[in-house]
Design a protein around this ligand. Structure first.
Ligand SMILES: NC(=O)C1=CN([C@@H]2O[C@H](COP(=O)(O)OP(=O)(O)OC[C@H]3O[C@@H](n4cnc5c(N)ncnc54)[C@H](OP(=O)(O)O)[C@@H]3O)[C@@H](O)[C@H]2O)C=CC1
Ligand SMILES: Nc1c(N[C@@H]2O[C@H](COP(=O)(O)O)[C@@H](O)[C@H]2O)[nH]c(=O)[nH]c1=O
Length: 587
């Protein structure tokens, strides 16, 4: 079996006219993405939608963007602006419309105006909305091209990336069930965020601080730790004009906070204090009397707090804390992006605070590398920003129509039902690697029995490595009492002692899994029958954590387990149709 690839490669023979066409599509999609951000800082953060309507000769006829939740959709505004030029035109949308209220306003506007073609940057990131508007437009006879699926090339891929970035908060929030979090700090050239005394006003220039006000205006909330309140008495308001002002959140375990503080003045904007359950009840009462909301947590940590604010509907959070809380937030995996203003100043001081406290790392190889790093000079300062977690790519979960068809011709990816499986006790739980179905696989000179596919898969990470410790690992995993234990040993060893992992693991792991699955489904006829009974459906492992083998919570994962099962199903279906043909020939 060859490794599966679901991205269709662009043909090397792609012609000049197609390239020009792609360049035009790409530039209008980029424009739609830029437009979609026009409301940033003016209203509460929301999904960003922009629409450009272009005539067949490539002229912009109308544009629109969603101003705020519940206001007229970008598509309707663009149609109004383009008027009679809509007929036969192409509409460019950075993101598939999300028909949240069932009123089809965006799609109806395009259909009724007679738009002939729609180019979509990315599908809607939310599973319950994804694909619906695209299907609806197609059902009305509009040609819909989704970037990366129906049309592909380098220039379109770059444009698609702009669409992902412009809705990064929504995509991250959908995938990780926490709001999008941006850690911002200002530091001196020698890496300090304050003097040893704690004094920090100011490190960065006025121009940089104006940029911070803009960042605040694009956020639902700004967070600091208790110590920053004690040291700085901050206001944390967005003083960037008439724009949106975020809620202020303080995280304090001790509630050993001052009675007089700018944040307790809630006349213009609210403040929420997140604290440990039971902390200083009398002080909690005092805060309540000031109009400050206090929320108690059983475990006050960044993840719990972020999950809570996700449930309250927050999309985007700006962390403006010191290094203590920043380290805790990074360690709990809730920070998605970092923005650092670096001022050309030196303050010194071996005890002066730094932007990120203790992370427990001891070697430089453990350092977290930022992705998509940008550098910009802001007045005298340098602004460095980048992602700590890549914006999840929405493309692969339900692969392109052609590619899915390649794996399993019975599947029509956007019309088929989706069967999710995850826990072994679920309806299709036997598809999980953790299902208790032992397999017998070649090993060394003979065969060995493995208690589950997971046991076999995890052990294979260490097979063939000439180190007794790797051999021990294989045996420990093989004799693990449960698939969970096997997974735990395999994953932690891989993390702690990467030198024990075979060097070709990334190249062979899909093949290893495929062979194990093939053995499992061939050994147990009832499992094979169950797999065949799903023909025509897309299989998705609904693992919220494993974004390689699983499909993620909102379809952001690569779903390789589901793909391999579909591949296997297709092979079995092929075999049964060949044997049916042979039988009928024999008759
Ligand atoms: N230059 C810049 O960009 C910035 C500079 N600063 C400077 O940094 C210094 C303060 O730094 P620092 O002490 O690190 O301040 P933090 O903002 O990180 O506050 C730390 C406090 O956060 C609270 N906290 C609640 N939960 C947690 C948790 N899970 N993990 C860690 N902390 C938690 C605790 O408050 P409690 O003790 O109340 O329980 C803790 O003492 C000041 O001098 C300030 O001027 C601060 C922000 C930005
Ligand atoms: N010192 C420092 C920053 N510090 C951050 O700004 C907060 C003060 O905000 P406010 O009271 O609204 O002006 C402070 O508590 C800390 O979070 N920020 C920067 O951009 N540059 C700086 O040099």
């Amino acid at each position: 079996m060859t490794a599966l690839s679901f991205r269709l490669c662009s043909s090397p023979l792609i012609c000049r006219a197609t390239l020009d066409h792609h360049a035009t599509d790409a530039s209008f999609i980029r424009r739609a993405a830029d437009l979609s951000e026009m409301s940033a800082g003016l209203t509460s953060p929301h999904p960003n939608f922009g629409c450009v309507i272009a005539t067949p000769s490539g002229k912009v006829a109308g544009e629109g963007y969603l101003y705020a939740q519940g206001t007229k959709p970008a598509e309707a505004l663009a149609v109004e602006a383009a008027g009679e030029f809509c007929r036969g035109s192409t509409a460019y949308l950075n993101m598939e419309p999300g028909d949240c209220h069932g009123d089809h306003t965006a799609v109806s506007a395009l259909v009724q105006a007679g738009v002939g073609r729609v180019v979509v940057g990315i599908r809607h990131p939310l599973q319950h909305l994804r694909g619906a508007a695209i299907r609806e437009m197609r059902s009305h006879g509009i040609e819909v091209n989704v970037l990366g699926e129906d049309v592909q090339s380098k220039v379109l891929e770059d444009a698609r990336k702009c669409c992902l970035l412009v809705n990064a908060p929504l995509i991250h929030r959908a995938c990780s069930r926490v709001p999008f979090s941006l850690l911002k700090y200002a530091m001196t050239l020698d890496g300090k965020i304050a003097a040893s005394s704690g004094h920090a006003a100011w490190i960065s220039s006025k121009l940089s601080r104006t940029r911070v006000f803009e960042l605040r205006g694009r956020s639902d909330a700004v967070i600091v730790g208790g110590n920053t309140v004690r040291q700085d008495d901050p206001r944390l308001t967005a003083r960037h004009g008439q724009g949106h002002t975020p809620t202020r959140i303080v995280m304090s375990q001790s509630l050993d906070l001052p009675e007089k503080a700018n944040l307790w003045d809630v006349s213009e904007v609210s403040t929420i204090v997140a604290t440990q359950r039971g902390a200083r009840k009398s002080y909690q009462k005092f805060l309540a009397s000031k109009g400050v909301e206090v929320v108690e947590f059983d475990m006050l940590n960044p993840r719990e707090v972020m999950e809570y604010f996700h449930l309250r509907g927050y999309l985007s959070i700006l962390w403006e804390c010191g290094g203590t809380l920043a380290a805790s937030a990074i360690a709990s995996g809730v920070i998605h992006k970092v923005v650092a203003f670096i001022a050309p100043k030196i303050i010194g001081g071996s005890k002066a605070p730094t932007p990120v406290g203790e992370l427990g790392m001891v070697e430089m190889t453990q350092a977290l590398n930022l992705i998509d790093v940008c550098y910009e000079q802001v007045g005298p300062d340098m602004l460095v920003s980048g992602f700590l977690q890549p914006v999840p790519d929405l493309l692969p979960v339900i692969p392109s129509e052609d590619a899915t068809f390649e794996i399993d011709p019975s599947v029509n990816p956007f019309e088929s039902s989706i069967i999710f499986f995850y826990k072994t006790w679920d309806l299709y739980g036997s598809f999980s690697n953790f299902s208790p179905h032992p397999i017998r696989m070649p090993y060394g000179d003979g065969y060995r029995t493995w208690s589950s596919v997971e046991h076999y898969y995890q052990a294979n990470k260490f097979v063939g490595v000439e180190n007794p410790l790797a051999h021990d690992c294989v045996e420990k995993i093989r004799t693990a009492k449960s698939p969970e234990e096997a997974a735990f040993i395999g994953r932690s060893k891989q993390r702690q002692q990467p030198e024990l992992v075979r060097s070709d693991w990334e190249d062979v792991k899909i093949e290893v899994m495929y062979m194990a699955l093939k053995c499992k489904f061939s050994t147990y006829p009832h499992l094979k029958k169950m797999l065949l009974s799903t023909a025509g459906s897309v299989l998705v492992e609904a693992s919220p954590h494993d974004l390689f083998w699983g499909g993620g919570r909102e379809g952001e994962g690569l779903n390789y387990l589901g793909r391999l099962l579909m591949q296997l199903r297709s092979e079995y279906l092929g075999e049964s149709s060949v044997s049916a043909e042979n039988t009928s020939l024999a008759l």
